[in-house]
Structure formats: C-alpha cells, structure tokens
Design a protein around this ligand. Structure first.
Ligand code: MGD
Ligand code: MGD
Ligand code: MO
Length: 710
C-alpha cells in the first residue's frame, strides 16, 4: 500500500496507479503555437501536464502558461451548467437551466429579432479563441448577416490587410533561410517561445538581427546585433527613412523594382521627406543608427522581416506603418524569394501549415446577399473590403447610437468586453441589448452581463483539428472528462443551427463532417487522422518561392504595390495609396497628459484576460504593474512598488510602479486584461486607425501621479 501511495504521489503512470498519459493540445494561446501536451490522467481527471516529446513542433517544450493547464482547466470559476440571468445585467445572479431550455430560449429570441428587425440586428462576436471561427462565421451567414466579427478586429488582421493591399495576399518571413532578420517589434521570449528558440538557433548559425523596439527586452539583449529604439508608433517614419536612405545610396534591387514593383517613383518622392535632418526628431532614432541598419541590409543576401500581430498595428497609423516596413522587402528584392518574405496562406484557423485546405470555401459557402452595411463597414471601408466581416471596434457605437441601424442582440462566444478601447461603452451597449448570449469556460465579468451563459469545455476536453508549419495535421482526442455539463463551442453552433432550422445541412452535420470537407482537397479524412496519436505529415507540394514573381501577384497591377491601386480606385474612402506617415499620439492636452501609454507588450505569465485568475501564474506578478523610466520615476519621486495612478480624460486606474532602465522617458508600459486595473477604460474609441479600425493601444496620451498613502 505504501508503495502504491508513493507511486500515486509521484504521479507515475502504470497499471497499479491507473494513471495514463494522453497526448493533447494546449490552446491557451493562439493556434500559431498549440503545443503538444502529455496529460497525466486518472479517472478522467487531469493530474499534471508535461511537454509532449513526440510533438513535431513544440518537441517537448511548454511555456510558463502551458505548464499551468491544470490550474486553467480547473479554475474555480468554471461554469458547470447553462445559466439564465435572474438579477440585473452585470449583477451575476443566475439560475442553472438545462441545455434544452437554453437552446429553446436562444433560438426563439434570435429568430424573433430576425423576424422583426432583419438578420443584421444580431451580431455574432467571437473572442480570442480561433478554433471555432469558421463555424461561427458560417452560422452568422446562414442566419443571414455579415455581422460576424472577432477579437481579430484588434489582432493581426491589420497586418494581413497591409499584405493584401501591397501584394494581394499575405507573406511570411523565411527565418530558416535568411542571413539578416529584421525583427520589427520582436520579443518572442514573451509572446511565443518557439520563435525565440528558432531565432537563437539562427543566431548561432551566423544570422544577423536588427531589432526595432522602444524597450530593452530579452530579445534586444540576447539577439540584436543592432537595436533601434523608436518611440512607440513612429515606426512608419523610421521605415520610410530607411527606405529613402537605401534609395539615395543605391542599395536597392533595381531589377526587381523595375519588373515587380508598382509606384516606386511616387514612393521614392514621398520618402525623401524622411531623412538625416528629421528622423531623430520624428522617431528618437539617430540617423547614424539608420545608416548602420542600411549597411547591414546592403550587406545581406536575404533579409526576412518579422510579421507582427499587435505592436505595429496598434496605432493610429498602424496599417500604413506596416506597409512602410513591408516596402523594405520590395525595395531590396526580398519579396517572394528564399530567405525573404514568402507568400503564404492559412491552412486552418489562422495557422500557416504550408498546405491549403477548403476552410475558406466552407466558411463562406452560405454567405448571404450583402444588403445593409456590416457593423463598422462605413467607418472602416478598407476593413470590410478585404475581410468581409464586421469591425467590432464600431459595435458599441452602433448599438449606442442606433446608426445606421439598431443592433439588438449579440450571440457571443468567449467575448471579453475588456479587449476593446473605452470598453465602458461596450458595457453600456450590452446593457441596452434585447438579448445577449455568451459562451465561456469561466463566469467572467462579460458573462455576468449576459441573459444566457453557456459553459464550454477546454481543448483538453474536446477533439479538434490542428495544423502546424512544416505540413503537419493532427486530430486530437479528448484527454479528460468534461467539467460539469460543458460542451464545445462547435457542438453548440451545430445544435442551435438544428433548432433554428436555418436550412444549413452542412452546419447541422457537425465538426467532423465539416473538417472532412475542408480536408477533402488533400485526400485526408478525420477517420484517418484519428488513427494517429501524434501529428502526421501531410502529402502536398509546397509553394516554391519565386512563383508569384513569375506568374504575377494577385494585385490589380500584378506587382507589389507601393502605390496601392486598391486604395486609389476608391477615392471615396479618403485613404492614401502610398504608405504615408502621421504621428501616433492623440490630441489630448500635452501638459495634462505628458506620457505615452503603451499598453501592448506581452507578459510571459499572462494571456490577455484569461490567466490573471490562475493562481500559479498570478503569483509570478501579483500586482498589475506599470513599467516606467528611471527618469520619470525620479522626477515624480516614485520608487519600485509605489502605488501610482494612470489617467486619461476617460478615467484612471491604480497600479504599482516598476521604474526600469528598459523604458524610455515619457513612455509608460502596462499590460491589459486586468479586471481591477483595466487599461482599456483609459483608451479612446475614436483614437483608432482609419484604415484597419485597430485601436491605438500602444500610443495614447496619459497622465501619471504618485498615489498618496491614506
Ligand atoms: N490595451 C490592449 N488591449 C488589447 C491588446 C493590447 O495589446 N493592449 N491586445 C488585443 C489583442 S492582440 C487581442 S488578441 C485581444 C485579446 O482578446 P480577448 O478576447 O480579450 O482574449 P482573452 O481574454 O484571452 O479571451 C477571451 C475569453 O475567451 C475565453 N475562452 C478561452 N477558451 C475558450 C473557448 O474554447 N471557447 C470560448 N467560448 N471561450 C474561451 C476566456 O476564458 C476569456 O474569457 O485583446 C486586444 N486588446
Ligand atoms: N505571454 C503571452 N504571449 C502572447 C500573448 C499574451 O497575451 N501573452 N498574446 C498573443 C497575441 S494575441 C498576440 S497579438 C501576440 C503579440 O505578440 P507580438 O506581436 O510579439 O507583440 P508584443 O509582445 O505585444 O510586442 C513585441 C515588442 O514590441 C514592442 N513594441 C511596443 N510598441 C511598439 C511600437 O510602437 N513599435 C515597435 N517597433 N515596437 C513596439 C514591445 O516593447 C515588445 O517588446 O502575442 C501572443 N503571445
Ligand atoms: Mo492578439
């Protein structure tokens, strides 16, 4: 017996203990990673997790967050049954109901609103989770509306839009074959450790790194051969100055430009205004360092440029800044070549595995006739033009103002109102709705605003398709018993599609049948994939760099467009066809709000709002803490750990201060998603990028004062 106890205590998998090790996937962060997990399971309960050695991408690795999966899955606020609100919105008073009751009520309410106000009166809104998105989009379409949107209204999409504008499709940096890596806003040690590992390997092989980051980070210290430190959001001016310098010195690829670039002359003329006389004043980066960067670019044979999901797009001029950076790959002939920027497409739920699937065809197969403008379409026309979905940044405004038409209900999946700027407006809007449903694992503050809350399960409790770079596909199996009565988001969509009689037989057929369709071009089936416990290599012909150059790019001119014909042909949008620059800050009074609040930048122990309540992870950084410069700390007599207030015209939050040499004077860094210190309450829903609709999270004027002890 003692032996058995010892074995159990040590969580040894063997017949005596009944502990089994099952392969599954961590979905705490995006499917761009989805590392493999070895789940130690007894009686359907998760005992512990380890990295999965046989996983081709994560190879046994797990990050700080992934190692806390057991605490995540069994967080104390997991929802166990469907809930119906009995108190006021936000009060958090619910009574448990059955799934049948929940489905009946949701179906009745949504159909009644559609009958009375039309399908566009319902918005279908998904949070950070990507795995159910094709289903939610198709559900909205089959219901009859384009008002489907997600957290990607503030994440990554602006980058893809920039690529679509310039090159007609997205492209990825070929880190594996470059000799120079331009890591623009690049800190994978915090935001994606697999990239940090890949970069370290390449560094050891002699690749040079330029890192562009306002802060000193592990990446600037460990990887950068040259660290450029612009002020947040001035990236466009810096990139234009680099472009101009390369042109002036003749360090460009004239042949590539002549054959494959559209608008070079206009670009060159515009970029002249960003030069040795003003770059330091505009960005904070001395011209001598710009020149150093240009020399490294001149000396490189293949330069790859970091793709970026947040810190470049999270600015008023974000999409244009992005384009200015991408332009460097065209000027130097690094577009569509080995070691440069290689055209790519998503395989499944935003993962670029190398092979194509029929996911997009499937998700858009029931797209309705486009009648009323989608939410945000009028305000952000380029967004709708490239994405054909709502821009959720405009959702609260539309609900509160009722223009151009009222939205009466939100069908939400994993919605967290705190992801959006000036989020009190969304709370106000939700309170006005006739009906709000949300699904989540946890009873969050957003769920507390809902009429019906549905409990969903985690990736460890469901089976799903995963795809990975290098051409891998995997169909996972549930590793543990579901918590409470939770179901998966896609099961919920299927069940509701049936109840609501939307006439979409495919959606009613369920996840596995749908995935079968999506994989049918590859000759793969879910049944085959399920036979393997580990990811399998898919048989396909990879894209050959250079093909687009030969065959023409999918743009109006067939070329890389420094001057965008997509934008030029829509003068009513009022947008610039060239990657023009404007300074990043809002027009709040500079004396009252002298600091630039940069509320992006990731923490190794946090993932948006979802891990702040996971005890292990919270213990690593218990207090919401702002990083400020030593100079500003000294001027305001702020010491490490002091309480400070950050404020804008919209509100104030109380946080701890951490003065640090890593931060420039005048800039305050703070992480988002905390319920007790919600930085997005300080943001403005007007201080957004007119091209993409992305909020300017990373450069908003704020004030800061030391809190006086009571
Ligand atoms: N100030 C500031 N704001 C930002 C950003 C920033 O840098 N600064 N970043 C922006 C970016 S890039 C992003 S991606 C967003 C983050 O977007 P959010 O949507 O805020 O992300 P999370 O808080 O991680 O997740 C939302 C909810 O999904 C729930 N959830 C987890 N798994 C599942 C599941 O399988 N199904 C369902 N239904 N729910 C699930 C979680 O419990 C959580 O409550 O925030 C944006 N907002
Ligand atoms: N641990 C953890 N990992 C995450 C996430 C998380 O919340 N936590 N979120 C995931 C998601 S949804 C996203 S979108 C990605 C984002 O991940 P990334 O795209 O890597 O972005 P960040 O980590 O926000 O910022 C990278 C660096 O950019 C710098 N930076 C900030 N503003 C600017 C600027 O204006 N210009 C320049 N040049 N640099 C700037 C920051 O100082 C930071 O060091 O991370 C993903 N990974
Ligand atoms: Mo993101």
């Amino acid at each position: 017996m003692d032996d058995l106890n010892a074995l159990l205590k040590a969580k040894i998998p063997c017949p005596q203990t009944g502990i089994e090790v099952k392969h599954t996937v961590c979905a705490i962060c995006s499917p761009a990673y989805n590392c493999g997990i070895d789940a130690y399971v007894k009686d359907g309960k998760l005992l512990k997790v380890e990295g999965m050695d046989s996983h081709p991408r994560s190879k046994g690795g797990l990050c700080t967050k992934g190692l806390a999966n057991r605490e995540f899955v069994y967080r104390s606020d997991r929802i166990l049954t469907p809930l119906k609100r009995v108190g006021e919105r936000g009060e958090g008073k619910f009574c448990p109901i059955t799934w049948e009751e929940a489905y009946t009520e949701i179906a009745q309410k949504l159909l009644a609103i559609r009958a009375q106000d039309g399908p566009d009166a319902v918005a279908f809104f998904g949070g950070y989770n990507k795995w159910y998105r094709p289903w939610l989009r198709r559900f909205a379409h089959s219901f009859g509306t384009y008002n489907y949107g997600t957290e990607s209204s503030t994440c990554m999409t602006a980058g893809w839009m920039a690529w679509k504008v310039a090159a007609g499709q997205l492209a990825r940096p070929d880190m594996a074959h470059c000799d120079l890596y331009l890591g623009w806003a690049f800190n994978p040690y915090y935001s994606g450790y697999l990239n940090a590992q890949a970069a370290e390997k390449r560094k050891a092989e002699g690749v040079k790194f330029i890192v562009v980051d306002p802060r000193i980070t592990p990446t600037t210290e460990k990887l950068a051969d040259l660290h450029l430190r612009p002020r947040p959001g001035t990236d466009g001016a810096l990139a234009l100055c680099i472009g101009n310098t390369l042109i002036q010195r003749g360090w460009i690829d004239r042949e590539f430009i002549q054959q494959h670039v559209h608008g070079f002359a206009e670009y060159a003329e515009y970029a002249k205004d960003f030069n040795e006389t003003n770059v330091e004043a505009l960005t904070g980066v001395p011209y001598s360092q710009v020149l150093q960067a240009c020399e490294m670019i001149r000396d490189s044979k293949a330069m790859a440029i970091q793709e970026n999901s947040a810190p470049i797009p999270h600015h008023k001029n974000g999409l244009q800044n992005y384009r200015a950076i991408m332009a460097l790959s065209a000027l130097t002939g690094n577009f569509d070549r080995v070691g440069g920027q290689v055209p790519a497409h998503h395989s499944f739920t935003h993962q670029i595995a190398g092979f194509e699937t029929r996911e997009e065809e499937w998700q858009d197969a029931t797209a309705p006739a486009h009648q009323k403008p989608a939410v945000g379409e009028e305000r952000f026309p380029l967004w709708f033009h490239t994405e054909r979905e709502m821009q959720v940044v405009d959702l609260a405004r539309q609900i509160n103002e009722g223009t151009p038409y009222p939205v009466k209900a939100i069908f939400g999946m994993g919605v967290n109102f705190r992801m959006l700027p000036q989020d009190g407006e969304l709370v106000k809007a939700i309170k006005k709705l006739d009906f709000f449903v949300n699904t989540d694992l946890f009873l969050t503050d957003t769920c507390k605003l809902a009429d019906i809350v549905l409990p969903v399960c985690s990736s460890l409790e469901r089976g799903e398709l995963e795809t990975y770079p290098g051409g891998w596909a995997w169909f996972t199996k549930p590793a543990i018993k579901r918590v409470g009565e939770s179901r998966s988001d896609v099961e919920i969509i299927r069940d509701l599609a049936q109840r609501m009689e939307l006439g979409d037989r495919e959606l009613e057929a369920g996840y596995e049948a749908n995935v079968d369709f999506m994989l049918s071009n590859l000759g793969l089936t879910v049944a085959e994939l399920k036979q393997s416990e580990v990811p399998v290599k898919v048989d396909f012909t990879p894209y050959q760099p250079g093909t687009r150059r030969r065959e023409g790019l999918p743009t109006a001119t067939g070329k890389f467009e420094l001057y965008s014909e997509m934008i030029a042909s829509h003068p009513q949008w009022g947008l610039d066809p060239l990657p023009t620059y404007c300074p990043p800050l809002d027009d709040a009074d500079e004396k009252e709000y002298p600091y630039a609040l940069c509320s992006g930048g990731r923490l190794p122990n946090a993932l948006h709002s979802r891990l702040h309540k996971v005890p292990w992870l919270r213990s690593l950084r218990p207090d919401p803490t702002a990083e400020i410069s030593l100079e500003d700390a000294q001027a305001l007599e702020i010491s490490d750990g002091d309480g400070i207030e950050l404020y804008t015209a919209r509100g104030s939050i109380s946080v701890k201060a951490h003065p640090s040499r890593r931060v420039q004077p005048g800039v305050v860094f703070f992480y988002h998603g905390y319920s007790q210190a919600d930085v997005n309450a300080l943001m403005s829903d007007q201080h957004v990028d007119p091209y993409s609709g992305f909020p300017a999270y990373n450069a908003t004027r704020c004030g800061m004062r030391k809190k006086v002890e009571q």
